[in-house]
Design a binder for this molecule. Structure first.
Ligand SMILES: Nc1ncnc2c1ncn2[C@@H]1O[C@H](COP(=O)(O)OP(=O)(O)OP(=O)(O)O)[C@@H](O)[C@H]1O
Ligand SMILES: [Mg+2]
Length: 235
């Protein structure tokens, strides 16, 4: 079966600085794939390149079998790829509801709308008219996820959902993931907590200094192999 997303020898960077070197990643329809790797390994750069926020300098991005590299970010959202960015990036002067509605501008049809997102995260319903920044960190992350869902993506990409959040809140947020992907959506999850990343995914890729150092089935890989791929040293 054709993967939903496939990158081939993908390279990208910032000016003269190359951050990704020949990345081959595949995401199947309905699949949850985890991206792990140390700080600076290139995980966010990879997601930004898929989302069209960075232009690849080499390689291919195939989405639904069609080349997509170089397409403008807005068009990529319209095709069904949504990014929950590192650091959430909510509009601080807007309410929770307004932040969510911004996610719907692409007009893609699907199961996600204001009501279904507020059902998914009931904590947001009673705060829907509050300024987004008046919320706790965990609730702000729910808004960021909800905003991405409002575009009814086929592929949801989440960059470090757990950043700065207490473990109990992280659990609560990840508890929503099965309901999110139940409709057949695919997801790429960047997660620093390797145990958690493996729990929520069927396959993983470990990035190290801009390259894939290890890939495989999340349930089968050994901790020692991960440690080696993560740090490049024997555990
Ligand atoms: N805006 C930028 N300008 C220049 N270099 C950048 C920029 N953003 C990231 N980099 C560099 O690109 C490399 C990859 O960074 P990236 O943010 O993709 O890593 P990451 O795996 O997401 O790390 P983290 O776990 O810290 O979020 C790093 O060397 C980083 O310093
Ligand atoms: Mg990052």
């Amino acid at each position: 079966m054709q993967p939903l997303l496939q990158t081939t020898r993908l390279a990208a960077g910032y000016g003269d600085f190359q951050a990704l070197f020949g990345i081959d990643v595949e995401v199947g329809a309905g699949e949850v794939v985890a991206l792990i790797g140390a700080n600076g390994a290139g995980k966010s750069t990879f997601l930004k390149t898929i989302a069209g926020l960075l232009r690849p300098t080499a390689g291919q991005i195939q989405y639904q079998g069609v080349p997509m590299a170089g397409m403008p970010a807005a068009q990529i959202v319209g095709k069904g790829i949504a990014l929950v960015p590192e650091g959430r990036r909510l509009f601080s002067s807007l309410s929770v509801e307004e932040n969510l509605l911004i996610g719907a501008w692409s007009g893609r049809p699907g199961r996600w709308n204001l009501d279904t997102v507020l059902d998914l995260f009931p904590a947001l319903r009673q705060r829907r008219h509050h300024a987004a920044t008046a919320l706790s960190g965990g609730q702000q992350q729910m808004v960021a996820i909800g905003r991405a869902l409002m575009s009814n993506p086929a592929l949801l990409m989440c960059d470090e959902l757990s950043l700065g959040l207490a473990p109990v809140i992280v659990r609560e947020i990840y508890a929503a993931l099965p309901a999110i992907v139940a409709g057949g959506m695919s997801a790429i999850i960047v997660e620093q907590d390797v145990r958690l990343a493996r729990q929520v995914s069927s396959r993983f890729y470990c990035f190290q200094e801009g390259r894939v150092s290890l890939a495989g089935a999340s349930a089968e890989v050994s901790d020692a192999a991960i440690a080696q791929a993560y740090f490049g040293v024997e555990a």
